[in-house]
Design a protein around this ligand. Structure first.
Ligand code: ADP
Ligand code: MG
Length: 288
């Protein structure tokens, strides 16, 4: 049965951080699986040419498979690319293939290059409703580790930004750049966009450093930072090699339970992580 509340309308959430290896993909797929296991309809868009989210979701992503590339560059419908994930009911994915790696360059010369993903998602959601199908409750978009056109498309498509932060040295470095980019997108392309969620990943509470970083993140972003932290867990890192999320690979592991709790927090907080009026300040973070 459904355990988490359904949002009043589809929440479209862009998972971003231009740093690599901070847990974007891991967070995207496991939060998505947690929401889906709790009865919600969830769609993951793998917007990173590396295709790691596709691997973890167990969906086909060999070169030539209809994917985000076809949506962005060839203007194909999202419906023609979507796949049902094998292990979790109510979970769907749009894969990324290696074809996507050239797309940032190909997109430059295309009309409305920043809004292509948004149009495809919005049309898909509207078509489902028109066809009398069940609504998608959450769309999660996994981003590459850069602020290029792929990430810009994801920021224009999303209504919320979810930032995973790894509790390490330099965790906050680059965050002001990310927030500035989000501000620019808000001013020029997507006035609704705001940071709703920050999740501390690979957190080891026994170390002073992790505690210090966590404290700093919470003091800058008290409303956005989740109470739940994600511990380092071997099971989390093993799951993708079995084409699974940790939620099905080892559902009772500490990593799976932490991600289930994070997905519950996301669902229960609604959109209300931060007040829409409270603009986030980029400056103090850059001073790290
Ligand atoms: P990103 O998408 O930001 O590049 P990933 O989600 O791919 O980051 O994570 C980077 C690496 O760290 C991957 O090998 C992943 O399996 C591993 N990893 C992520 N989160 C955890 C965790 N909580 N515990 C252990 N390993 C993790
Ligand atoms: Mg990734």
């Amino acid at each position: 049965g459904r355990k988490f509340p359904r949002p009043p309308k589809t929440r479209i959430i862009t998972v971003a951080n231009q740093k690599g290896g901070v847990g974007k993909t891991t967070t995207t797929v496991n939060v998505a699986a947690g929401l889906a296991q709790s009865g919600l309809n969830v769609l993951v868009i793998d917007n990173d040419p590396q295709g790691n989210a596709s691997t973890a979701l167990g969906i086909e992503h060999r070169a030539g498979t209809p994917s985000v590339y076809e949506i962005l560059v060839e203007g194909e419908s999202l419906a023609s690319t979507i796949q049902q994930c094998p292990d979790v009911p109510n979970l769907w994915g749009v894969p990324a293939t290696i074809d996507l790696s050239g797309s940032e360059i190909e997109l430059v010369s295309l009309v409305s290059r920043e809004t292509r993903l948004r149009k495809a998602i919005d049309k898909y959601l509207a078509d489902r409703i028109a066809a009398g199908e069940e609504r998608i409750d959450y769309v999660l978009i996994d981003c590459p580790p850069s602020l290029g056109l792929l990430t810009v498309n994801a920021f224009v498509a999303g209504r919320e930004v979810f930032i995973p932060i790894q509790c390490e040295y330099y965790a906050l470095e680059g965050l002001s750049q990310l927030l500035k980019t989000i501000d620019l997108i808000r001013s020029h392309l997507n006035p609704e966009l705001r940071v709703s969620s920050i999740l501390l990943t690979m957190y080891d509470g026994r170390t002073n450093l992790a505690q210090q970083v966590a404290g700093e993140v919470r003091s800058h972003f008290p409303a956005e930072t989740f109470k739940t932290t994600i511990p380092r867990s071997v099971r989390i890192s093993e799951a993708p090699s079995y084409g699974q999320t940790v939620m099905t690979y080892d559902a009772t592991s500490t990593g799976a339970l932490a991600y289930l709790q994070a997905s519950r927090e996301l669902a229960e907080r609604g959109q209300g992580g931060s007040s829409p009026r409270r603009a986030m300040q980029a400056e103090p973070v850059g001073a790290q």
